[in-house]
Design a protein around this ligand. Sequence first.
Ligand code: ATP
Ligand code: MG
Length: 140
Amino acid sequence: MEKGNYTLTLIKPYAVQHGFVGPILARINGAGFRISAMKYLQLSLEQSQAFYQVHRGKPFYERLCKFMASGPIVAAILEKPGAVDDYRRLIGATDPKQADEGTLRKLFGRSIESNAVHGSDSDDNAERESNFFFSLLERF
Ligand code: ATP
Ligand code: MG
């Protein structure tokens, strides 16, 4: 898979618990992304801290890591030319209250912390985050 053509998403515990996996995946497909890898799992606190290590030291880091380890999540690699930017547009602003109408975080988020989904913020991070969750044998 060519760099620049994919991004990593996580459907966060709040959205999974509230039955939003199906509606979110339908919108992802509807926006033209191909799901090239996917799994349903629960992170340990240590794994959550490792995934969010770029935010270590920020005031919300500990709560964010605990929240992301609090229940099952869906991880997926989404493929499309310009995937990182296109997906950031589909998910909307970090805070659901600021997010545009129709975005995933506006539709399915509760708060800035429980904001429904994660999306990689650069091609380098898409690569790092995809490798965190998936081996080459799990990418199609
Ligand atoms: P993500 O990385 O999850 O796609 P993002 O890139 O929009 O979100 P980041 O700045 O990378 O936002 O923050 C990572 C996550 O940390 C956010 O999705 C959110 O859940 C949480 N977060 C960010 N800022 C705050 C804050 N001020 N208070 C509480 N939680 C926050
Ligand atoms: Mg981010």
